[in-house]
Design a protein around this ligand. Structure first.
Ligand code: DX5
Ligand code: ZN
Length: 218
């Protein structure tokens, strides 16, 4: 069947060893590296600015998937693209001009993703489907790892798959993905699964084989 990609979120990794953690998950089978950017405004947590993402870049050999949970987005697109993002995903809720934001991301020569929070209806992305390379369906309320999967995301995944039709657009699921919930969204049409706690739990840079076991189990 379709080969599902796993994108571990380094939000769940050791914050004192990002380079080693990135190398470890890629050596253990990660398809992408998911970088959760949080601004303490759009979401109640604060993580990585452009300098941090630039420091991650040389360690990423697969694909650096940058999830911007920030508002406003537009002032920072160029900086995250210059930091080396392969894809930049913006939240439809982050401002009134998602169409212009996605145009600005693509103008940087970077893949463009649009993300919806659990409470946001799909109608909000109806008119940008010709601009995006990926739709990120949040299955937790953004801001933290280790939260419980919100099951309404499964039907939402099915409906996004219908909206996509024969366009070449990935569906990414983000939040609470683990051995139990992954099959539900994979069956519903997901292409990329983000997993933080489900990948990093029980492992470390000194025990990276646990990351491989966790990735294969999802
Ligand atoms: C939440 C982030 C997610 C989160 C996933 O705001 O966007 O990527 O880090 O972590 P888990 O897989 O532990 O829910
Ligand atoms: Zn994320």
């Amino acid at each position: 069947d379709r080969n599902i990609k796993i994108a571990p979120s380094i939000l769940a990794s050791d914050f004192a060893n990002f380079g080693a953690e990135i190398r470890a998950i890629e050596a253990q089978g990660a398809d992408w590296v998911h970088v959760d950017v949080m601004d303490g405004h759009f979401v109640p947590n604060l993580t990585f600015g452009p300098p941090a993402v630039k420091a991650f870049r040389p360690h990423v050999k697969t694909f650096m998937d940058v999830h911007l949970m920030i508002a406003p987005v537009d002032p920072y697109i160029e900086a995250y693209a210059a930091a080396g993002a392969d894809m930049i995903t913006a939240h439809v809720e982050a401002g009134p001009h998602i169409h212009r934001t996605l145009q600005a991301i693509k103008a940087q020569g970077v893949k463009a993703g649009v993300s919806l929070n659990p409470g946001t209806p799909l109608e909000s992305i109806e008119h940008v489907m010709d601009l995006v390379d990926m739709v990120l369906i949040m299955t937790v309320n953004p801001g933290f790892g280790g939260q419980k999967f919100i099951h309404s995301g499964v039907d939402k995944t099915r409906r996004v798959r219908e909206m996509i039709g024969d366009r070449d657009i990935y569906i990414q699921i983000d939040g609470g993905v683990d051995v139990t919930t992954a099959p539900l969204v994979a069956a519903a049409g997901a292409d990329v699964l983000v997993a933080g706690s489900a990948v990093f739990k029980g492992g470390s840079v000194d025990q990276p084989e646990v990351y491989g076991e966790n990735i294969r189990a999802i």
